[in-house]
Design a protein around this ligand. Structure first.
Ligand code: NIG
Ligand code: FE
Length: 403
């Protein structure tokens, strides 16, 4: 019997199913990479345990965490920029001086595919050790066709080398590269006419993203990128309304964006557009915290409008050098007053929706056996304390990868 055909049984677990905490302790059985049985303990009859490996009792079971927004592949470090910001130099000011994203671009261009792979691997291992089973990885630090494809290849290789599902996103429109300093439209031509077609042809991108901001690209330029993505059948998402309100979110929603991410400066019109399009709001408390932002994302209005909220690390060398998803659960509650249940849904079911994986990030009969068992008493405790070492077991596609 192969490892995945094994029947595995957990008893008496408190289950967060991706949207809610189930009201009673449960018994859960997996087999063949799927959850085959989810029964309240008081309905569980002993013959159901026949042929099962007993995996333990108690604790909390959640879907494997979904980190739907990361920039894990990069060269270099921005520790100097961190220090400069503490001395009062702003993120936008650093970008205007040619630092920030562009400093990572230069280090990433200089690194070989193998070097980038070796740098990114321990970062991804840190996410896995904190419960992640699905992760999105963006390009965006290459900004040439060759270097963007190099980054995407590294992301794909990471997914082959480690027990985690990697979804790749082409973020060619992340910053204006130095070669196009006074010709950002010319760079957008390159993204639309060469980069997107090349990534699509090689099957390297699962989605296309943009940075819609004064220090990056205008709404009109981002719209051109989305049109090119659509022409190649690729779904879209946007970094929007992070530092100012340009209306990028509403435009992205009109194009059916999977998600709009950051959105601290989002207004009512943007929220209405997201609601209509069914886009997910990706909340990134790590960048808010790191940049010492004070503009809060419009959480209550998103909640009232019924826009699903995902939560992610945005792990990157500049605005969020934070590689710990469960820390984000804590930050998003403390900083933005999400409930712990909302935070957990944001890193499971809604995180999956932000990647177009609708119906995933769930614990239900028939769902993928990507799940975590934690040494805690209630699901809320995962957001309450920031404490590594609580992951008792992790299953990826039915395989036990952490015990
Ligand atoms: O998600 N906002 C733009 N992009 C990244 C930051 C990348 C960087 O600073 O290197 C973000 O915050
Ligand atoms: Fe980002």
């Amino acid at each position: 019997m192969s490892n995945t055909e094994k029947r595995r049984l957990w008893r008496d677990v408190s289950v967060f199913d991706g949207l809610h905490t189930l009201p009673e302790p449960m018994a859960v059985i997996t087999q063949g990479g799927r959850i085959v049985s989810l029964v309240a303990m008081h309905d569980f009859v002993e013959h159901q345990a026949e042929g099962c490996d007993e995996m333990g009792r108690g604790g909390v079971m959640t879907p494997g965490l979904v980190d739907c927004h990361t920039h894990l592949v990069f060269g270099g470090s921005r520790a100097d920029e961190f220090e400069a910001r503490l001395e009062g130099v702003g993120y936008e000011e650093i970008a205007r001086r040619g630092g920030g994203i562009l400093s990572t671009v230069s280090a990433t261009r200089d690194a070989s595919e193998q070097a980038l792979f070796e740098l990114a691997k321990p970062r991804l291992e840190a996410l896995i050790a904190d419960g992640v089973t699905t992760v999105e990885i963006k390009s965006g630090y290459g900004l040439t066709v060759k270097d963007e494809l190099k980054m995407l290849r590294v992301a794909r290789r990471l997914g082959e080398a480690l027990p985690v599902r990697v979804e790749t996103t082409l973020l060619g429109a992340h910053a204006v590269p130095p070669e196009f300093e006074n010709d950002s439209d010319g760079y957008i031509d390159l993204v639309c006419q060469e980069m997107i077609p090349a990534a699509a042809k090689e099957g390297l991108a699962d989605a296309v993203d943009v940075f819609c901001e004064k220090i990056a690209f205008s709404v009109a330029q981002c719209e051109r990128v989305f049109e090119a993505a659509e022409a190649h059948g690729l779904p879209i998402k946007a970094h929007a309304e992070q530092l100012s309100n340009l209306g990028g979110t509403a435009m992205a929603a009109r194009h059916g964006a999977l998600s709009a991410d950051h959105i601290e400066y989002l207004d009512a019109a943007g929220i209405a557009a997201m609601r209509q399009a069914g886009s997910v709001a990706v909340i990134l408390p790590g960048a808010f915290h790191t940049l010492r932002e004070t503009q809060q994302p419009p959480i209550s209005a998103l909640r009232e409008a019924g826009v699903p909220m995902a939560v992610a690390t945005d792990a990157n060398p500049g605005s969020s050098p934070l590689f710990m998803p469960t820390l984000m659960l804590n930050l998003v509650c403390t900083l933005f007053r999400l409930t712990p249940q909302e935070a957990l849904a944001g890193m499971t079911a809604h995180g999956a929706s932000a990647l177009g994986l609708k119906g995933e990030g769930r614990i239900e009969e028939g769902a993928r056996a990507d799940l975590c068992v934690w040494d805690i008493d209630t699901p809320a405790a995962l957001a309450y304390a920031v404490q590594p070492g609580r992951l008792r077991q992790r299953l990826f596609q039915g395989e036990l990868t952490h015990a």
